[in-house]
Design a protein around this ligand. Structure first.
Ligand code: HEM
Ligand SMILES: *[C@@H]1O[C@H](CO)[C@@H](O)[C@H](O)[C@H]1NC(C)=O
Ligand SMILES: *[C@@H]1O[C@H](CO)[C@@H](O)[C@H](O)[C@H]1NC(C)=O
Length: 501
């Protein structure tokens, strides 16, 4: 009897403490014991579909900094230029969330680069940056590597489109090429454009991105749910997908171990690093390598591929913009091959790519951050270990700053003399120490793909086809499937650089 009373009492006290918030903590939607605001958020998500729109809706109600309890997780959602900048630039917010999901995907440890912090993160980020730099970040080697992918794809499009008569599906069109470029840097190995293994991996990337969200999904909010509903919670599917990824990555690492080579890819460099640091406590291990590869794989492929699909979508919708890009390419490049060094001259194209990134918000909520100590934000006190969601979308869509944020208008990034305007409100890769590691690689990729695509093709909406207005939701946003006609603009494709690297 006493035991039962004690349990009930304990539970009541737990419930009270569960919904209490500290002093000077931001307000937010009503919270309930155990589930937090889960039900309300779910209802809003049903209505608004996208998380960033849910947060925007709540920000209207509770302000640009508000708190929300996501299941067991304490989170603060931040919108607007000032608050987002503060969060992304202050060290106190530099952590990444921990929790069941993040460990589940990394052999039940904290490994990789995207979801680690502290010394491991510093060490791994430095290693990756050094390696990217060695690969000629934004330079010669990277240009050659990407050119090869682009040229292959151009040939493929030309062949498949049957001289512009047959429509081609755009969603996923760039997947294999983008992944190939990335994989060449990571593993020094290229796949065929029609490689079934790569296509399958990319399909898994798509599925996992659609299935998850920035807080680690319901599995992280309520880890106990995996016992109650292993299927519905996605636990089984995620387990399966992770197994597929890791068996692919493990295979590649094993291959590198057996063939002694002086290749310069990331896996080789990492394996050497493991050898070097055998006796020390540094964070280089084989499991770390596998999760690092998974992180780079996931962070680099879907984002770049979606951005490219969005470029095509916007150019189909805005034929006037496409005509100007064509005119600029004809004037500045003409019939010769597009080079990376043309980027500075092609300012209208550059402005168009910026506008696509601003308008489509592929990563609307950056990647979740976490406070690593008690800190302040505006007039609020945020405790240690709070999940932070920063809405890049809210900065890119600010009415006061942009005037007409809903309108697609590349000219907003050009000054009177046609030069690019650097706008500090334009932050598609985030800012601060946690900003995107692959920014230069992504920009180089997007530029090379789009410039060559438009040099060689005119994009048209097939007769009777309705372009999608709804996008797909998930960790990142991507366009719904749609197809386009690719009408050749030149007699020959410009791919004389199509030689071996
Ligand atoms: C258009 C393409 C891309 C976009 C829009 C994009 C955007 C972003 C954003 C918004 C963040 C989060 C910043 C933050 O949390 O504060 C991020 C992080 C990251 N991105 Fe990208 N990214 C792109 C391409 C790539 C590529 C190609 C790579 C490949 C190497 C990559 C690797 C990473 C990594 C490793 C992180 C985590 C960095 C860290 O936690 O320290 N990204 N990216
Ligand atoms: C913040 O929380 C983490 C994880 O619980 C802990 O390791 C760290 O020492 C805390 N930091 C401070 C300054 O209290
Ligand atoms: C804008 O940024 C680019 C690249 O960072 C730089 O080269 C250029 O000088 C900047 N322009 C202005 C007006 O600040």
């Amino acid at each position: 009897m006493i035991f039962v009373v004690a349990v009930i009492l304990f539970f009541i006290i737990f419930c009270i403490f569960d919904i209490i918030t500290p002093d000077k903590y931001p307000v937010g939607p009503k919270r309930f014991p155990l589930f937090g605001s889960y039900l309300e958020i779910r209802k809003l998500r049903k209505k608004l579909v996208f998380y960033h729109l849910v947060w925007d809706h709540l920000a209207q109600q509770f302000g640009q900094v508000f708190s929300v309890k996501l299941g067991r997780i304490e989170a603060v959602v931040v919108s607007g230029y000032d608050a987002v900048r503060q969060v992304l630039c202050k060290d106190d917010f530099d952590g990444r969330p921990d929790g069941f999901f993040f460990r589940f995907r990394a052999f039940y440890k904290r490994l990789g680069i995207v979801f680690v912090d502290g010394p491991v993160w510093t060490e791994q980020r430095k290693f990756c940056m050094q390696h990217l730099r060695k690969m000629g970040l934004g330079g010669d080697l990277m240009e050659r590597l990407i050119s090869e992918e682009v040229n292959d794809l151009m040939l493929d499009i030309k062949k498949r489109s049957n001289n512009g008569n047959k429509q081609i599906e755009v969603y996923g069109l760039f997947d294999v090429s983008v992944l190939n470029g990335l994989w060449t840097m990571l593993a020094g190995q290229r796949f065929n454009l029609y490689d079934a293994k790569l296509a399958k991996l990319m399909e898994l990337v798509h599925v996992s991105f659609r299935m998850l969200d920035m807080s680690g999904g319901i599995l992280n909010q309520m880890p106990f749910i995996r016992y109650l509903a292993p299927k519905c919670s996605g636990y089984r599917d995620i387990e399966h997908i992770l197994n597929e990824f890791y068996s692919f990555l493990r295979g590649s690492v094993e291959e590198h171990k057996h063939e002694v080579s002086d290749e310069d890819d990331l896996i080789c460099a990492f394996l050497k690093e493991i050898e070097k640091n055998k006796e020390s406590t540094k964070s280089f291990s084989e499991e770390q390598l596998l999760v690092l590869l998974l992180d780079l794989f996931l962070a680099g492929s879907e984002t770049t591929g979606s951005t490219l699909s969005f470029v095509v979508l916007h150019l189909l919708r805005h034929q006037d913009v496409q005509a100007k890009v064509h005119a600029e390419l004809d004037a500045m490049v003409g019939d010769r091959e597009v080079l990376l060094s043309d980027k500075n001259k092609l300012t209208y194209l550059e402005a168009t790519l910026m506008e696509v990134q601003r308008h489509s918000n592929v990563a609307p909520l950056a990647i979740a951050h976490r406070t690593v100590r008690k800190t302040s934000l505006q007039e609020y006190i945020i405790p240690n270990n709070t999940l932070i969601l920063a809405s890049i979308w809210s900065v890119h869509m600010d009415k006061q700053h942009w005037g007409d944020p809903e309108t697609f208008r590349p000219e907003r990034f050009l000054d009177g003399s046609g030069k690019i305007i650097n706008d500090s409100w334009f932050i598609p890769f985030g800012i601060g120490r946690r900003r995107c590691l692959g920014e230069v690689l992504a920009k180089t990729n997007v530029f090379m793909f789009v410039a060559k695509l438009l040099q060689n093709f005119e994009l048209r909406v097939p007769n009777g086809v309705q372009l999608p207005t709804n996008h797909q939701e998930g960790v990142t946003i991507s366009p719904s499937p749609f197809s386009a006609l690719f009408i050749p603009r030149r007699h020959h494709l410009h791919n004389h650089q199509n030689n071996k690297i």
